[in-house]
Write a protein that binds this ligand. Structure first.
Ligand SMILES: Cc1cc2nc3c(=O)[nH]c(=O)nc-3n(C[C@H](O)[C@H](O)[C@H](O)COP(=O)(O)O)c2cc1C
Length: 157
């Protein structure tokens, strides 16, 4: 991890992914960037599920308050909840609006029982020039500090 600049970018609807991002930040001391859509998703869970389903079906990439800037970073952790078997829409936008050529992406996600599904493969499709490492996948709010530390150590950044 020596001289490499690290960014931890994440989107979180209900807080689980945000907590994993904070744990990664503690370990790596990277900068943190919260991906925030311009239009908030409904707070009602079922309504949010419906909006997300429509976005997925129509491949909508929702506008963000700030697209972020990854230029100065070598390593970008990218975190998302699993929504409809893939990453959440705002993360699709973030990947599409930045140039990941030559960057290393370290993905992580939290899910409600279905696992990562196509999340990591879809990330690679949206960030063609990037190298994507093994990800860290956890159920809801069950991520463990020791597991996260082991995963990061194994990556030998
Ligand atoms: C719109 C929506 C779609 C979801 N789709 C899935 C899914 O396909 N598979 C799954 O395992 N969990 C699914 N979940 C559950 C979330 O992935 C899980 O609760 C996650 O930990 C939430 O992360 P967050 O608190 O950072 O938003 C979905 C949740 C929402 C709100």
């Amino acid at each position: 991890m020596n001289n490499k600049k690290i960014l931890i970018a994440y989107y979180s609807y209900s807080g689980n992914t945000k907590r994993v991002a904070a744990k990664i930040q503690n370990i790596t001391n990277g900068d943190i960037f919260e991906i925030i859509p311009k239009k908030e998703y409904p707070r009602n869970y079922n309504e949010a599920v419906n909006v997300a389903q429509e976005e997925k079906q129509k491949d909508i990439k929702p506008e963000l308050i700030d697209n972020g800037n990854i230029k100065d970073y070598d390593i970008i952790f990218i975190g998302t909840p699993v929504w409809w078997y893939t990453m959440a829409g705002p993360v699709k936008t973030f990947l599409s609006k930045n140039d990941f050529t030559g960057k290393t992406i370290i993905p992580f996600c939290t899910h409600g029982g279905g696992g990562a599904s196509s999340t990591y493969a879809d990330m690679q499709n949206l960030a063609k020039g990037a190298e994507i490492t093994e990800g860290y996948t956890s159920y809801e709010n069950s991520a463990k500090d020791t597991e996260i530390a082991d995963w990061i150590n194994k990556l030998k950044l």
